[in-house]
Write a protein that binds this ligand. Structure first.
Ligand code: GLY
Length: 585
């Protein structure tokens, strides 16, 4: 059985402590240090454990990661195992044919590093490759054609993490993924629904159709086994030959043949040249906590810290949770940050991004002056003249967090971009291909699938990485991981992570409450304050009075977070998507 909310998850806790004893101990310690804790009066309760914890969006992957921790593997071992397992059990977002970002806190070196395994534009990609003869964007090409595929980074990224920071063999890390692909696993409601929505795009790819739907084209029902023999074969090849199987060997050959047959751009040279990069995380502070998050090509870390700098001098605690006053200040802050995203952000290997200034406390002070505490500033006054369009958004990224008993932590977000990416499976491999090229700016000022308007800094160029919003984050206190968090959600990822941090640090919520709390979002354009439907009507009316264009939208994100307080782990999987599971031991 799968669990769909944190209350259920609590019952699944594999704690070595009795819950009651653990709660009493932790309450005493936490109050002494004024750190957010949870007590028996709280409505939502986190999962609690002492030796290690795994939080992912899919229960089989969580269990696979936990097994590795229990065998004595470290957080990186478990995270790499989870990454490969999700490629099998959460095929709409977990992947081998996409890319992502991993933040690792290494306790022995007391160091936090970032692995960038984002996809790259192929060598023959061109700036205007998605424009028609009239200069208009052809979104079908940037989303569903073979041209939409960036050179995948996941296999290289996960293997780099394991080689540099892990202790187990690649074969061990791949073992659960191979078994689940080979023998199959029961389809759950989340998988069935995602396949129903993706059917049109998946039917266009014969290999996708053959793997993910029954022979007559109908959907697998909940409880049916999904068997992925070709994917099992690819995973076995990777176990035997390492990343060369993907970037130089049989899998790579099949990817290139698929590209050649369908006017795609990825060549043998693109695959052979692909390298993940170890980067310094973006660093900031918030009320005495150290924030580590993802640098470009993600915009996530920069804007997270920029927003925290602005908010730090507002009395967020006394303004109260999700009051009109506090939402107003957060939203005005979001607009300023997303405006800078448009202006400045791109791959720093190609364009100069004024990171130091964007994340400086001084710049935060300057921006804070621009915020009217009573009235919303219309987005076009922040920067006028933006062309906008509102295509349908279909994000599907996934995040997971892992901690171990030695104080190591991993925060990983990776993606195919849309649910199932392009929907194209490379024949004979079982590997779905991303459509990450849509995250580039096809034309300055024209929105992408997340309704994000991009600028020149994110224009397409050969071998450039497309801008992302993924925000895997690790917060430390006194040098030790305090909060490991992240979420899917496309353009909303950065503001989801922001609100989890504010909820924990300013509002003293436990991690389950911080996760469950109603979320709001503004991304400068479109000039909409998106709120989840449980925000109360009085607050909505007050926000309208302040000039906000409030739009009630759908649930945002699927955060997977772990807090560590005095050596005890508290975890929570987001109830917004079913199938997620946090467990510890
Ligand atoms: N593809 C979504 C992101 O990287 O932000």
């Amino acid at each position: 059985m799968r669990f769909s909310n944190s209350l259920s998850l609590k019952n699944k806790t594999k704690s070595v402590f009795s819950l009651a004893i653990a709660l009493n101990l932790m309450t005493a310690n936490a109050v002494a240090q004024d750190i957010p804790i949870h007590d028996s009066d709280d409505i939502f309760h986190p999962v609690i454990a002492k030796s290690g914890m795994v939080a992912t969006q899919e229960d089989l992957a969580t269990q696979a990661g936990l097994e590795v921790l229990k065998e004595g593997g470290n957080a990186v071992d478990a995270a790499v195992t989870v990454g490969f397992t999700l490629a099998v059990t959460l095929p709409h977002a977990g992947n081998l044919g996409g890319g992502g970002f991993m933040l690792i806190h290494n306790s022995q070196e007391n160091k936090t590093i970032a692995i960038d395994y984002r996809e790259k534009a192929p060598i023959s990609a061109t700036r205007d490759m998605f424009l028609d003869e009239n200069g208009e964007v052809e979104s079908q090409k940037s989303r569903f054609s073979h041209l939409a595929v960036g050179v995948p980074g996941t296999v290289a990224g996960l293997i780099l993490a394991l080689e540099k920071y892990g202790t187990i063999s690649l074969a061990r890390a791949l073992q659960p993924a191979i078994a689940l692909a080979e023998n199959g696993f029961p389809v759950d409601e989340d998988l069935r629904t995602s396949l129903m929505f993706a059917k049109k795009q998946m039917q266009a790819s014969p290999a996708s159709r053959a793997i993910f739907y029954k022979q007559n084209g109908s959907l697998y029902e909940v409880g049916d086994l999904l068997v992925q023999k070709d994917l099992a074969k690819s995973l076995r090849l990777i176990a035997r030959e390492g990343k060369d199987a993907f970037y130089r060997g049989e899998i790579g050959d099949r990817i290139v043949s698929e590209m050649k047959a369908n006017n795609g751009l990825i060549t043998q040279e693109d695959l052979a040249k692909y390298q993940p990069v170890i980067r310094q995380p973006i660093r900031g502070t918030y009320r005495g906590y150290q924030i580590y998050s993802m640098p470009p090509p993600s915009s996530g870390g920069v804007h997270l810290i920029q927003m925290l700098n602005i908010l730090e001098k507002f009395p967020m605690r006394s303004l109260g949770h999700n009051t009109a006053k506090s939402i107003h200040l957060m939203v005005e802050t979001m607009k300023l940050a997303y405006c800078d995203r448009f202006k400045y952000m791109g791959d720093t290997d190609f364009v100069k991004v004024p990171i130091e200034r964007l994340i400086s406390k001084g710049y935060g002070d300057e921006l804070r002056q621009k915020i009217d505490p009573n009235q919303a500033t219309p987005s076009e006054q922040i920067l006028p003249g933006i062309i906008n369009q509102t295509p349908e958004e279909k994000p599907d990224t996934t995040h997971y967090s892992v901690v171990d008993k030695s104080g190591n932590a991993v925060s990983n977000t990776y993606t195919l971009n849309f649910s199932y990416g392009t929907g194209i499976t490379v024949p004979g491999t079982g590997i779905l291909l991303n459509n990450q090229m849509d995250d580039f700016t096809a034309k300055p000022g024209v929105a992408n699938a997340f309704r994000l308007v991009g600028g020149e800094a994110n224009a397409i160029a050969p071998e450039k990485r497309m801008l992302s919003s993924m925000t895997p984050t690790i917060i430390t206190k006194d040098g030790k991981p305090f909060l490991v968090t992240g979420s899917p959600g496309g353009s909303r990822i950065i503001t989801i992570v922001l609100q989890i941090i504010i909820n924990v640090i300013d509002r003293g919520m436990n991690i389950a409450e911080a996760t469950n709390a109603v979320r709001v979002h503004h991304q400068w354009f479109p000039d909409e304050l998106q709120v989840e439907k449980d925000l109360n009507e009085d607050t909505i009316q007050l926000l309208k009075t302040k000039g906000h264009n409030v739009v009630i939208g759908r649930a945002a994100g699927s955060s997977q977070s772990i807090m560590s307080v005095d050596g005890i782990f508290y975890g929570a999987s987001d109830p917004r998507k079913s199938g997620a599971l946090t467990v510890g031991y």
